[in-house]
Design a protein around this ligand. Structure first.
Ligand SMILES: Cc1cc2nc3c(=O)[nH]c(=O)nc-3n(C[C@H](O)[C@H](O)[C@H](O)COP(=O)(O)OP(=O)(O)OC[C@H]3O[C@@H](n4cnc5c(N)ncnc54)[C@H](O)[C@@H]3O)c2cc1C
Length: 477
């Protein structure tokens, strides 16, 4: 995958730029030693790596603004970074950039139960947002599988989702406001603790903008009271397509479980070996979770069982207690790590209409044979958010390119059936050149103009999201 050529003039000024940055940050917050900057050379799309020129770790919004002001004056590209768990290469550096990591900005700034919000610095990890309020009976709903590590900053930038987003929505549905520092160092507040804001909905533009428009330093998030109860069930099937049809029937029946997760045999096997969650030995597995009072849970599960029975499940197992429920979720949340134990893989992310699940799963199986690469499927089936994991051998010449070609075909299929190139992982570098499959030139131009307004010099997070030729001509022109 091509990356822009590093700007030699910037690299020649490395020590001057580092000196200027040291003038506004504590000494331990500016990293230039190549042995240390290597820690920032990639994110979770680790097939691509490039150490940055400098990494900075500010602690406050004002420090972020000071860094951006300097980089703006010096014409230095800046790549914002949360925890580096992006699977789309969103936080991949360029050799001439400053990586701006917000990991040290992890404080809770305000908690307000009367008005149901929490305000945090953006480097706070997703899980520790719930951690800050759960003793009082509250939680933050979006739950990416990476929630132990990923930061709210990355969640906002990627509009991240998770297993429980079927009912509660993704980040954009739970984000009330942000503090954003623009590339020239201007600090702006967008939204606030209220459900509605006056003026243009800039929050909707910023959420999901993948670090292209500014650096998010604070976020105000909606918190919810914990439900009275919740219960997951495991439903096993003897084919992927039948499991897909069952999902589509549950949604069609108007039921809204909190989560419907799907795993196929390769993922079930890998997960069992790794997490020993007690999953049945079958071709495809659904984890369906419902919430409410005991009576509500029983009523929803009875309806789900009726629908599942029409598809001859090989198993329908309700979690009998809290321990069993935890084990069921531990398996699902370990699935990516478990697959990584047995093979190199590339995790794709696309969205399709739920009704086309059976067709798309069959096509993915056919493509797997055609490309000669195995694929495992584990995904948020309830909202049609696919995550095919294509297995390849990173040490075998040509395998990565083959894997990428296979991945591109799957994503084109998502668009073809009326879906989208991304679900929750964003575009990053991974899908930037496929943007032309989804968008016409006119549609892309509308997005480029938004970027022009926020970042006229095109310094923020270069070479991501937009096709490389488009970015190059915009920067040149
Ligand atoms: C095992 C595993 C499981 C995953 N499961 C899920 C899942 O279930 N759902 C899901 O949605 N994602 C999932 N992901 C992907 C990833 O965790 C999310 O995209 C997450 O939101 C990234 O957060 P981060 O803090 O690691 O961001 P990073 O990887 O550091 O950055 C991601 C993007 O955000 C930008 N960014 C970072 N900080 C800022 C900032 N302060 N201001 C502006 N832009 C910024 C970066 O430039 C980059 O474009 C998973 C990843 C892994 C490795």
């Amino acid at each position: 995958m091509d990356m822009p050529t590093p700007n030699a003039a910037i690299l020649a000024r490395k020590s001057l730029i580092a000196t200027r940055l040291r003038g506004v940050l504590p000494a331990d917050a500016v990293i230039i030693d190549p042995a240390e900057t290597r820690a920032y050379e990639c994110d979770a799309l680790s097939a691509y790596a490039c150490a940055p020129m400098v990494a900075v770790l500010p602690r406050t919004t004002e420090e972020v603004a000071a860094v951006l002001r300097i980089c703006h004056e010096e014409g230095v590209p800046v790549v914002p970074r949360g925890s580096g768990t992006s699977l789309a290469g969103g936080a991949l550096p360029t050799a001439d950039c400053v990586i701006l990591g917000v990991a040290r900005m992890n404080a809770v700034l305000e908690t307000d139960y009367d008005n149901r919000f929490i305000r945090v610095q953006s480097g706070r990890t997703n899980l520790s947002v719930t951690g800050a309020v759960e003793a009082d009976g509250w939680f933050y709903a979006p739950d990416p599988s990476s929630q132990l590590a990923c930061a709210i900053a990355g969640n906002v930038a990627m509009n991240s989702g998770g297993a429980h987003c079927l009912k509660y929505g993704v980040t954009t549905n739970n984000l009330l406001g942000v503090t954003l520092v623009q590339m020239d160092g201007t600090i702006v507040t967008v939204g606030g603790p209220w459900a509605e804001t006056a003026g243009i909905d800039l929050l909707g533009v910023i959420c999901g903008s993948e670090g292209q428009l500014g650096v998010v330093t604070e976020a105000t998030l909606r918190i919810l009271p914990k439900p009275e109860g919740a219960r997951p069930v495991l439903v096993g099937f003897d084919s992927n397509e039948v499991a897909g049809t069952c999902v589509s029937d549950i949604i069609k029946a108007g039921l809204l479980p909190v989560a419907i997760e799907f795993m196929d045999r390769p993922c079930i096997r890998a997960t069992e070996a790794f997490a020993k969650a007690g999953y049945p030995d079958c071709e495809a597995l659904l984890i369906i979770e419902v919430e409410g009072s005991d009576a509500e849970i029983a009523e929803q599960l009875a309806r789900i069982r009726d629908i599942a029975n029409r598809h001859n499940p090989v198993e329908f197992r309700e979690a009998a207690d809290e321990d069993q429920a935890k084990r069921i979720w531990l398996g699902r949340k370990s699935a990516f790590g478990a697959m990584g134990q047995i093979n190199d893989y590339m995790c794709l992310d696309g969205t399709i209409p739920v009704s086309s699940l059976p067709y798309v799963l069959r096509r993915i199986g056919e493509m797997s044979t055609q490309f000669g690469l195995d694929v495992g499927n584990v995904f948020h089936a309830g909202d049609g958010n696919l995550h095919p994991l294509i297995l390849f051998n990173a040490n075998k010449p040509g395998d990565l390119a083959l894997c990428e070609a296979f991945g591109a075909e799957i994503l084109k299929l998502c668009v073809e059936v009326g879906g989208c190139l991304t679900g929750e992982h964003g575009v990053g570098i991974e899908k930037r050149d496929l943007m032309k499959v989804q968008f016409s030139g006119v549609d892309l131009e509308a997005q480029l103009r938004v970027k022009d307004v926020f970042d006229p010099k095109w310094l923020l997070n270069p070479a991501k999201v937009f096709p490389l030729d488009v970015t190059e001509s915009r920067r040149a022109g």
